[in-house]
Design a protein around this ligand. Structure first.
Ligand code: CTP
Ligand SMILES: C[C@](O)(CO)[C@H](O)COP(=O)(O)O
Length: 228
């Protein structure tokens, strides 16, 4: 299975002055944890890291330390995640019929989750890992007044990996460019094009490292894996 890793962000919400994926959790850069999971997932055979050229020297030295056995390509990132994935799709080898997309910032996803998504995408056109929402969610207007409370049984928090048929995802991205759609994940492009996307049960611990607090939570989760 081909795996694209969007890793070209700047980490505004992390509030640091460089790509947050270079920050360390338990003495390893965030992107290293993500790459180690990809290396350990037996279904993954090719890895594309979508990233900004300014980060390539750092990423290359991380890769040199990890000594992965799988082929890794660097792909030029865009100015949004959507643009980065678009570039990644154009750079896939022509043999790629399905692809998994997994955020570099979701460094706690297990090899098991990557493998189950890789197996499942062979039997459908689009899927995402997701977990049922635990909180009661409120829809609020611009004045801070609650408009309604959606039924929690229908609410799932989206994660990555997200898996797709490559040709269909390319078509949906092209339609997104034509229509000027701005989305935060690839499933949303499928949804807008009216194509079904399935849910695969994700992992509670598969958080996206987004804010400084997430660094501490990620460290805690990795420590608890050692102790289990
Ligand atoms: N132009 C971009 C923006 C984001 N990403 C990647 O998409 C994933 C999810 O994005 P997010 O967590 O929002 O990362 P940032 O964009 O770096 O964070 P922020 O929104 O706080 O700036 C990350 O692995 C990030 O590197 C990307 O490849 N290209
Ligand atoms: C793709 C994603 O990780 C799913 O949770 C997420 O949408 C990335 O972007 P966000 O802007 O940080 O939500």
């Amino acid at each position: 299975m081909y795996l694209l890793i969007p890793a070209a962000g700047v980490g505004k919400r992390m509030g640091c002055d460089r790509n947050k994926l270079l920050l360390e959790v338990r003495s390893q850069p965030i992107i290293a944890w993500t790459l180690l999971a990809a290396q350990a997932a037996s279904e993954i055979s090719w890895i594309g890291i979508i990233s900004q050229p300014t980060d390539w020297p750092d990423f290359k030295s991380i890769l040199a330390n990890l000594q992965l056995t799988k082929p890794v390509e660097f792909i030029l990132g865009g100015s949004t995640r959507q643009e980065s994935v678009y570039n990644g799709l154009q750079a896939l080898p022509t043999a790629a019929e399905q692809v998994l997309i997994h955020d570099g910032a979701r460094c706690l996803a297990t090899p098991n989750l990557l493998n189950s998504c890789a197996q499942a995408i062979r039997h459908c056109s689009g899927l995402i890992a997701a977990v049922p929402v635990k909180d009661t969610i409120k829809v609020v207007d611009e004045d801070g007044i609650i408009q309604n409370t959606p039924d929690r049984r229908n609410l799932w928090a989206a994660q990555t990996p997200q898996g797709f048929n490559v040709e269909l995802l390319k078509q949906c991205h092209a339609e997104g460019v034509r229509q000027g759609w701005e989305v935060t994940d690839d499933a949303a492009l499928f949804e807008k094009c009216g194509i079904e996307v399935q849910i695969v049960e994700g992992e509670e611990t598969n958080l996206k490292v987004t804010t400084p607090q997430d660094l501490a939570i990620a460290e805690f989760i990795l420590n608890s894996r050692d102790n289990s």
